[in-house]
Structures are given as structure tokens and as C-alpha cells.
Design a protein around this ligand. Structure first.
Ligand SMILES: [Zn+2]
Length: 381
């Protein structure tokens, strides 16, 4: 199997767009970019993207000039309701969000003021019902397209998968959050679908969201997850864990868990390591991070180093009872196994056959990081 195309970024972490976040609240920018002939739309239906093509399915993208789907008509309907209550998906039938500008050398790319140019990218999620501005019948050509399935995404290029991930995380948030957490009023999208505004117009009713000078409750949420490879200080041994959730396979991987409020990344790693494996580890270093659109996570990849002293490295799975097994492996053996590993499938070890995480997962790169540091310590890298 050919390795997934990489460009130095983790999978889902390839940024091909300039998000120009400061232009999202510029209504003129939004209106003009929505109507530009180069603008690309990533269509979703009921929260999932679409694919076109039978032989080599590709993520479905639209422009205003495509003959097979009347995107221009959709934009004409959405323009008058932007930044108003009527933009809510239950009234408009679509959630729209601006993704960014893609640099291009073409002559006819979008230009804004003298400083900003590129191909504008938007994502749109159609959720029609009987009374919506956009009607299901108008979507007929799109409804003929297959929905993206999770397996297919991992076979796409990192650039395409990252575009999908970016769109999906915003659209998932727009679809899920309808009511103001301050007063319970309906919210509506503003700033090109990247922020939600409390719709409570009654000033006699207090709302600590609407009335706050600074607030952060109506922005999309990202849930941070720490994921950490545990190794000895000399990188010669690595602890890999087998979760009870993976009862039907032989996957051994790193440990991971959600960060909690008022924790540092380092504290969250140390806590997860101890809770899951019993290992005491305080030496945590950030390695890399990965957006993960299932549904809205940021995987914060770290390595935790342990100085074996007969106590700190001892494995004890009885604290939170999440793991079926955890073992210290010789990194030399892991390196040999990794050399035979093509990003998927089973790897033969001396003691048993185990499976590594796929090469699109940050866990794979954390294990590889430990292997590379060990090789470097031997002077072989
Ligand atoms: Zn409110």
C-alpha cells in the first residue's frame, strides 16, 4: 500500500488556506467572495461531505459556474439573510462557513483591497425541511452523490483530508449549537459562519453572553486531547498499551485522554499516564499536534520520559481499569517491526503479533519519534 501523501504536517493538519480571520466580519468581503467566479464550495448534506467519480472518488467541490448544480442560485438565496435570524439553518436550510483564501497564480483569482487575493473557499451544509428557503428538490443533483465514508477520507491526500476536516469541524458546530448558553434564546451565525450571536433582542432580559464585553462561548469549540508515548530516558524502551476498547484486535499504541479544565498539557499527560498505566512520569515534551474531526478534537502529541528506578516505571493497570494490557518493549524490536510496517496491518513481534496505529494517526508518529531518537542516540540517524 502506498503511503499517504504527506507534506510535513500531521494528517488533517495540512493548512492550504489563509484563514484571514480578520476579514470574516467584513460584510463586503463576505458578499464579494461568495459571488466570485473562482470561489470553491465544499458541499455537505446533513452533516456529511460528498464524493464524485466511481473509479477514483474525489471530494465533491462546487463553483458558481458548474452546470450540474445551481450553486449560484443557492448563493443568491443566502446573501440577503447573512448575519440575520433568517440565516439560521431551520429557516435557510443551509449552514455556511468561510474557510479561507487559497493562494493561486491565476489571473482571475479574487482580489480584495490591494492586500488580499486568492481563491475563496466556503463550506455549506444543506439541511432542508418543508419551510426552508432552500428546498430539498433544488439539491437533487447533489443528493445523487455518495456520502463520504470514514475509510475513504484516510485514503485521500492530506491536503484534501485537511480541507474536509476544517469544513466538517465548523459545520458540525453550526449544526449542533442552536441556543444561547447565557439566556436560552436562539442563536444565529455571523462573521461568515464562524461565530454565533445571541438572538435575544429584549434588552430587559439579561444575557451574560450577549452583554459581555468579552466572551468566548459562541465560538466553535475544540476539545484538546493529550496523547503521549512513554519511553525511558535513553529511548531504549517504550511502553505501549492495549485498550479494552480494542478487544477484537491486537492494537498496541500510546495512551491518550481528554484534557481537563485548569490542567497544563504536561499535567494532563502525567495524569493520563499514571491513571492508565501506573507509571510515574513528569518529564513531558510536546512533539506535534493533529486536528481530528471526530468530532472536534485537537490531539496534542507528547513524549513522556521515565528514569527507571524500580518504582516509577512499574506498570499497574488497576487505577482506572481502561487498559487490557501495557508492556515495556525494546525499542530495537519496535524499530525492526516499524521497518517492516507499511502503515497498516499486523506486525510480527518476538512474543506475539501486534498491530501498530495507522500512519495517519499521530500515535504512529509518536512511536516513530521514540525510535528515531533511539537511533540518534546510537549515532545511526
Ligand atoms: Zn443570550
Amino acid at each position: 500500500m502506498e503511503a499517504v501523501v504527506r507534506t510535513g504536517a500531521t494528517f488533517f493538519g495540512y493548512e492550504s488556506l489563509n484563514r484571514v480571520s480578520f476579514l470574516r466580519n467584513d460584510v463586503e468581503f463576505v458578499r464579494k467572495s461568495l459571488q466570485h467566479k473562482s470561489t470553491v464550495f465544499v458541499p455537505f448534506v446533513q452533516g456529511e461531505a460528498l464524493v464524485r467519480g466511481q473509479e477514483e472518488p474525489e471530494l465533491c467541490l462546487l463553483t458558481l459556474q458548474d452546470g450540474w448544480f445551481p450553486m449560484a442560485r443557492v448563493v443568491d438565496k443566502l446573501l440577503p439573510v447573512l448575519n440575520s435570524q433568517a440565516a439560521r439553518v431551520v429557516e435557510s436550510g443551509a449552514n455556511l462557513t468561510f474557510l479561507g483564501l487559497k493562494s493561486s497564480d491565476g489571473d482571475d483569482v479574487f482580489q480584495y483591497r490591494s492586500s488580499y487575493s486568492g481563491v475563496p473557499y466556503y463550506a455549506v451544509d444543506f439541511r432542508t425541511s418543508g419551510g426552508t428557503l432552500i428546498q430539498a428538490a433544488e439539491l437533487e443533483p447533489l443528493l445523487q452523490c455518495a456520502r463520504v465514508d470514514r475509510k475513504l477520507i484516510f485514503e485521500m491526500s492530506n491536503e484534501t483530508a485537511s480541507l474536509y476536516s476544517h469544513a466538517k469541524m465548523y459545520l458540525d458546530w453550526l449544526a449542533k449549537y442552536h441556543f444561547c448558553p447565557g439566556c436560552g434564546s436562539v442563536m444565529f451565525p455571523v462573521d461568515a459562519g464562524t461565530k454565533m450571536q445571541c438572538g435575544n433582542a429584549d434588552r430587559s432580559v439579561a444575557c451574560n453572553v450577549r452583554d459581555a464585553a468579552v466572551n468566548n462561548v459562541c465560538f466553535p469549540r475544540t476539545d484538546p486531547v493529550v496523547i503521549v508515548a512513554i519511553a525511558t530516558k535513553d529511548f531504549s524502551r517504550i511502553c505501549l498499551a492495549h485498550s479494552k476498547r480494542w478487544v477484537h484486535d491486537t492494537l498496541y499504541s500510546t495512551v491518550a485522554g481528554f484534557m481537563e479544565p485548569a490542567e497544563t498539557v504536561e499535567q494532563a499527560c502525567s495524569r493520563e499516564i499514571w491513571e492508565e498505566t501506573g507509571i510515574r512520569c513528569r518529564d513531558i515534551t510536546l512533539v506535534s499536534t493533529q486536528p481530528w474531526p471526530y468530532p472536534a478534537n485537537l490531539m496534542i502529541g507528547c513524549v513522556g520520559l521515565v528514569e527507571p528506578n524500580g518504582v516509577d516505571e512499574k506498570i499497574n493497570l488497576s487505577h482506572d481499569n481502561e487498559l487490557m494490557d501495557a508492556q515495556w518493549f525494546d525499542v530495537e524490536e519496535v524499530i525492526e517491526a516499524m521497518d517492516r510496517y507499511d502503515g497498516s496491518g499486523v506486525v510480527k513481534f518476538k512474543k506475539s503479533d501486534i498491530t501498530f496505529p495507522g500512519s495517519t494517526a499521530i500515535a504512529f508518529h509518536l512511536i516513530k519519534f521514540v525510535c528515531d531518537r533511539y537511533k540518534r542516540s546510537l549515532g545511526s540517524l
